[in-house]
Design a protein around this ligand. Structure first.
Ligand code: NAD
Ligand code: DAU
Length: 349
């Protein structure tokens, strides 16, 4: 029997690489196609340990290119899509919103158009799984949690572009019958995260004794989830999620930034053999991010009750594992920061 062909977009990025690895290892009967444009955030080093598997193929392509998406669907006839490719960093969206519109909105539409054209109304065993964020719901006050019925109220160009893409996926389901599922997840952390995001940026800055720029009063709150727990949730939603349903995914694990950074600094002092409190002296309160959302917190009871998913990694342990990974993979960090690998990809693909 022909293998089921799963297209995973953004598989060279942070979360995507963990999803690709999980699927390659767990489902040898699937052919996994990792489609990625290898932007600054895409790094095939993330997949070195699994890239030789015979059920893995890499496609360098840009989801902004509508024709190319159509051609790839015609060529490979994918059965399902797990769509993670995106511009993902809020601060970059503030300085360059247009690229978020192009990749996150137009790119998502291009993929759905290509899927519709390829599947031609025969949707049996087909699925478009859109990976999204809790940021579409905007900001919470001191109490309350985001549920799947919370109103959309995005505040940054990034979250507005993800909100728009969620709406388009839903509209394609209603209007053209595209089978879809969406999940909206909280802040991920773990190995392979690009050092523009809070945790890897601060780990790298501590190692280099650079200042730790905490935005505003540092009291902004996020719900943190270990990336492999997210990948496992994606596996479950992909296989068992209801058509047209949305699932919120979160860690039941809220931290104010300042408390999280104090915890991280303590771990770093221990790992680097520094005096207790040494890393903390690097903290510097800086100008706030415009439109900064005060608090995110997820009610993940739907995915828990319907699909039996729960986070498995304790935050302190996950953070320590993450620090260990960055300390043991300094070459990865240096490669990412210098961008050397991108020159190599330009020659290679
Ligand atoms: P990332 O920035 O680490 O990776 C994004 C990947 O997409 C990269 O490999 C990049 O090369 C690729 N890409 C970007 N533009 C592309 C294009 N035009 N065509 C093809 N590939 C392109 O992002 P991430 O943090 O792994 O996030 C993955 C997805 O999960 C995104 O959709 C994001 O919105 C969502 N999400 C992220 C988080 C988080 O905490 N990081 C939380 C919830 C949801
Ligand atoms: O909630 C899910 C979202 O989490 C994802 O959709 C995004 O792709 C992902 O980037 C993340 O967005 P955040 O803006 O929450 O993550 P970031 O790591 O950029 O920032 C986390 C918090 O730390 C936020 O309150 C801003 C603050 N921060 C961040 C940086 C980079 C600082 O105080 N200083 C910094 O230098």
């Amino acid at each position: 029997m022909e293998k089921k062909k799963i297209l995973i977009t953004g598989g060279a990025g942070f979360i995507g690489s963990h999803v690709v690895r999980l699927f390659l290892n767990k489902y040898p009967d699937y052919q996994i196609f990792n489609l990625d444009a290898l932007t600054y955030a895409g790094n095939l080093e993330n997949l070195r340990d699994v890239e030789k598997k015979e059920n893995y193929s890499f496609i360098k392509a840009d989801i902004r290119d509508k024709e190319e998406m159509q051609q790839l669907f015609q060529k490979y006839n994918f059965d399902a899509v797990i769509h993670l490719a995106a511009e993902s960093h809020v601060d970059r969206s503030i300085s360059d919103p247009q690229s978020f519109v192009d990749t996150n909105i137009t790119g998502t539409i291009n993929l759905m158009e290509a899927a519709l054209e390829c599947w031609k109304g025969n949707f049996e065993d087909k699925l478009f799984y859109h990976i999204s964020t809790d940021e579409v719901y905007g900001s919470l006050g001191k109490s309350g949690l985001f549920t799947e019925t919370s109103p959309y109220a995005p505040n940054s160009p990034y979250s507005a572009s993800k909100a728009a893409s969620d709406h388009f996926v839903r509209a394609y389901g209603e209007t053209y019958g595209l089978p879809y599922v969406i999940s909206n997840c909280s802040n991920n952390y773990g190995p392979n995260q690009f050092p523009e995001k809070l945790i890897p940026l601060f780990i790298n800055n501590i190692i280099k004794k650079r200042s730790l720029p905490l935005y505003g009063d540092g009291k902004y709150t996020r719900d943190w989830l270990y990336v492999i727990d997210h990948a496992q949730a994606i596996d479950l939603v992909f296989h068992e999620g209801r058509n047209k349903a949305t699932y919120n995914i979160g860690g039941f694990n809220e931290w104010q930034n300042i408390d999280l950074i104090n915890l991280l600094c303590g771990i770093m002092d221990k790992k680097l053999g520094w005096e207790i409190g040494e890393s903390k002296t690097l903290i510097s309160f800086v100008k706030d991010r415009p439109g900064h959302d005060k608090r995110y917190a997820i009610d993940a009871s739907r995915i828990k009750n319907e699909l039996g998913w729960e986070p498995s990694v304790n935050f302190e342990e996950g953070l320590e594992k993450t620090v260990d990974w960055y300390l043991e993979n300094s070459a990865w960090m240096e490669g990412v920061i210098s961008g050397n690998y991108q020159e190599y990809y330009k020659r290679q693909y």
